[in-house]
Design a protein around this ligand. Structure first.
Ligand SMILES: Cc1cc2nc3c(=O)[nH]c(=O)nc-3n(C[C@H](O)[C@H](O)[C@H](O)COP(=O)(O)OP(=O)(O)OC[C@H]3O[C@@H](n4cnc5c(N)ncnc54)[C@H](O)[C@@H]3O)c2cc1C
Length: 468
């Protein structure tokens, strides 16, 4: 049991990636740190379920190799990122089209791949052939039918303009993007001088997927940052599942630093109170929970709106022939925002002989989400999904804090001397934002407490076992 008199320099409340990365920076600077986590495992929203040899993430799939914090966070040196095929595969007008940057080719002038209609893309079976007009799904935008010529990205000139725009974006410093006027992303796109079909057929579905925001109400500055990450890196997943990232961070902390199954009920500048072990004294408290739990512990903190996200996992022994591509629907003709044969990207996620197909539904899901997703996937992949087996349907109502304008990407992490807060709700609502907020909070704590030296002689390591 945790001894009531136990002290640490800093107590971190919450073992998501924000709290764990902050704890790693603090312990590396010689500050004794205790992480208290209410759940029975670390990782928070980056959890991975193991079912029958499959590794099923609760989160969507879209990290970017260009997220600076994935490279800069100490403790993540051993992280293996599995990239998707370059760019994305768009499904539009019944065919597949590849679009995306060619990494490395021409350096900063990396050219946009010419859009290739994949003549080999199979037609869907007649029972699931797409309707002539996109299917309207409540709460989702339906695109107008486009001409087949050059769909969905338009003519070669349109594609060249898009390539130039993405290349410019990749080379623009983040500070300049953050100085641009701020609008809802959907409105800002219309003012970017790109053809309507490029916007509707490519940028809207891509941004919706990157931001988990089907209506594109997100701040245009956050949207620009997301597009910049897309243009300058590769979309990727952590090898072994999303949990690999928090597990790696937790494993680099001194043994006994992380205590799971411990819920914090109140905080002050010098102590926390837990439901299970009473009061724990310390010299500073870092609240690293999700936004709603943070507002409960720190009254006055704003609770944002959230974007709901549903992830549906299927398995089949006959995987569709889309390789390691991320597939988006340019027609917005069903509930799936993006989907991939994830076991092609990261083979460790499925047992031998089986394929794992993971699909993400944004916003409020339709009534029978699995049936609606299967029907949509049949059109997107051009195969029958009738024999696919459903492994899991995971809905998270408060998945991602909304980032509507005006959005402050650097919300204060220091509330008082001794009381700090981090998490994706203080930055951008992404893994990058969560890690960066942990970075900022640990820097503020070290500045206040005096960095680089142990602040007190640590008490004996507490004997609370870390639950599995
Ligand atoms: C379905 C879904 C899809 C997503 N897709 C993407 C994506 O494609 N790309 C991307 O970059 N990001 C995505 N995200 C967002 C990303 O997962 C989060 O931004 C990130 O994981 C947040 O980390 P965090 O440490 O800030 O918070 P969390 O992971 O929420 O961690 C907070 C921790 O605090 C604990 N806690 C809460 N209250 C208490 C208490 N009182 N006492 C002790 N512990 C407490 C919680 O149990 C939790 O473990 C997605 C999220 C979801 C849910």
């Amino acid at each position: 049991m945790l001894e009531p008199a136990y002290q640490a320099d800093v107590v971190v409340v919450g073992a998501g990636v924000a709290g764990l990365s902050a704890a790693h920076r603090l312990t590396s600077a010689g500050v004794t740190t205790m992480v208290l986590e209410a759940a029975h495992g670390v990782g928070g929203r980056m959890a991975t379920e193991k079912i029958d040899g499959f590794r099923l993430d609760r989160v969507g799939q879209l990290l970017s190799t260009a997220y600076p914090e994935l490279r800069q966070t100490p403790g993540l040196g051993g992280l293996v990122l599995r990239p998707f095929a370059p760019g994305v595969l768009l499904h539009g007008d019944g065919r597949h089209h590849r679009a995306g940057l060619q990494p490395g080719a021409g350096g900063a002038r990396g050219a946009l791949h010419a859009v290739r209609a994949l003549a080999s893309a199979p037609r869907p079976p007649s029972a699931t052939r797409p309707p002539r007009r996109p299917v309207a799904v409540p709460g989702r935008q339906v695109s107008v039918p486009r001409s087949r010529s050059g769909a969905p990205l338009g003519t070669a000139v349109d594609q060249a303009r898009l390539g130039a725009a993405l290349t410019r974006l990749a080379g623009t410093p983040a500070e300049r993007l953050l100085a641009r006027p701020e609008l809802p992303a959907g409105e800002a796109l219309a003012a970017r001088g790109l053809p309507a079909r490029t916007i509707d057929g490519f940028l809207r579905p891509l941004l919706a997927a990157l931001l988990c925001d089907p209506d594109l109400t997100t701040s245009s500055r956050c949207a620009d940052l997301a597009l910049r990450s897309f243009a300058s890196g590769r979309l990727c997943v952590p090898e072994g599942g999303a949990e690999a990232l928090p597990e790696l961070l937790a494993s680099t902390l001194p043994p006994g630093s992380v205590h799971t199954g411990v819920r914090v009920t109140s905080v002050s500048t010098t102590s926390v109170t837990t439901a299970e072990h009473g009061e724990i004294r310390c010299r500073a408290v870092l609240v690293a929970t999700d936004a709603r739990a943070a507002a409960e512990l720190l009254p006055g903190l704003r609770v944002p709106d959230f974007h709901p996200v549903t992830v549906v996992h299927h398995t089949t022994d006959e995987p569709p022939a889309t390789g390691a591509s991320l597939l988006l629907d340019a027609d917005l003709g069903g509930p799936v925002a993006h989907t991939a044969v994830v076991s092609r990207v990261d083979p460790s996620r499925a047992p031998a002989g089986r394929a794992l197909v993971s699909s993400t539904v944004l916003g409020r899901p339709p009534g029978d989400v699995d049936t609606a997703v299967r029907m949509h996937l049949a059109r997107l992949y051009g195969v029958s999904t009738a024999r696919w087996e459903t492994l899991a349907v995971r809905h998270t109502a408060e998945a991602v804090p909304a980032m509507r304008p005006p959005h402050d990407l650097r919300r204060p992490v220091r509330l008082l001397a001794g009381l700090y807060v981090c998490g994706d709700h203080r930055d951008t609502s992404t893994v990058q934002g969560a890690l960066h907020s942990g970075h900022r909070a640990s820097a503020a704590i070290l500045a206040d407490l005096g960095a680089g030296r142990s602040l007190h002689v640590a008490d004996p390591v507490p004997t609370v076992p870390r639950a599995a």
